[in-house]
Design a protein around this ligand. Structure first.
Ligand code: HSE
Length: 307
């Protein structure tokens, strides 16, 4: 028997929804797992992004999540043959570790026969990841808003306008989430909080009504972007230029350094070329993806294995 889990990339925060909003994108990591004989050593094969990192067990969030699940239920961890098709760039703010955590928990859940709901698995995923905004859309797909309150998690899916796609510019350099979170102050002045609340509310309203004209202003975050912008040379200038070329909004994806550009679908082709040039002009080499929204979230399939 082989388990195959396919989990989407995610862009967290969406500017004004720090640690709460996230969006699943049609770029996937695929995790294949077979239980092997007790006397055979584990094998790990990585194809694609971040091979050198992920091949080390201690850096591999997928393996850690499987082990976490087994330990939670005091079960012996089986020997596994693992193959990961890693398509989501690592440490770039696109939820590669969230995808691994979600897949690892789903695999653990199936292998142990626990058959827990996705909602329960999400609680474990948030414990492992520390914040919900990547793991929630990775699990459920679409645009999600998550509230973590006394260990309980309330999740709502927000209909995301079909006419919007996301162009993601992934710089060659990486940024780790932990140091990037440490840049953000613990206390926020009241006026900043009030503007943030209003922007979040208007953003949700814009998505629901498809009235997208105010997005450049509404997506202007004051909680984390001002502190993280320093990782991206000329971020403010780049953002202004991309918006002047017709983007609906530009935000730092998750903890960065990728930038997520919201665009009307019919503008994507031209905007993608423009973004590439603008970034090159600012000496930022990057890979640019145009991605539609994933609405399914994490999938797991059990296949018969032909030896
Ligand atoms: N909300 C988290 C952060 C996402 O911005 O730190 C990490 O990808």
């Amino acid at each position: 028997m082989m388990l195959v889990s396919k989990v989407p990339a995610t862009t967290a925060n969406l500017g004004v929804g720090f640690d709460t909003l996230g969006l699943a994108l049609k770029l996937y990591n695929i995790f294949e797992v077979r239980v092997t004989e007790p006397d055979t050593p584990d094998t790990i094969e990585i194809v694609g992004e971040g091979r050198e990192e992920l091949i080390k067990r201690e850096n591999n969030s997928f393996i850690k999540a499987i082990e976490y699940f087994y330990r939670l239920y005091n079960l012996p961890i089986p020997h596994l043959a693992i193959k990961i098709f890693s398509n989501i760039p690592l440490c770039r703010g696109l939820g590669s570790s969230a995808s691994a955590i979600v897949a690892g928990l789903m695999v653990g859940n199936t292998l142990t026969g626990k058959n827990l709901s996705k909602e329960t698995l999400l609680r474990y995923a948030v414990e492992l990841e520390g914040h919900p905004d990547n793991v929630t859309p990775a699990m459920f797909g679409g645009c999600t808003i998550s509230l973590v309150n006394n260990g309980e998690i309330l999740v709502k899916k927000i209909p995301f306008p079909e006419e919007i796609a996301v162009i993601v510019a992934v710089p060659q350099f990486n940024v780790k989430t932990e140091p990037s979170r440490k840049l953000i102050p613990d206390c926020v002045p009241l006026d900043v909080t009030i503007r943030g609340l209003a922007k979040m509310g208007i953003f949700i309203n814009s998505l629901l009504t498809k009235d997208l004209n105010d997005l450049p202003l509404i997506l202007e975050d004051e909680l984390h972007e001002p502190y993280r912008a320093k990782y991206i040379p000329n971020y403010k200038k780049i953002k202004e230029e991309v918006i002047s070329r017709g983007a609906l909004g530009v935000v730092i994806s998750g903890s960065g350094p990728s930038m997520a550009v919201l665009s009307k679908i019919d503008k994507v082709k031209q905007l993608k070329e423009d973004i590439e040039l603008i970034l090159l002009k600012n000496n930022i080499e990057s890979k640019i993806f145009d991605l539609e929204i994933d609405n399914e979230g994490a999938l797991l399939e059990v296949k018969e294995c032909i030896m």
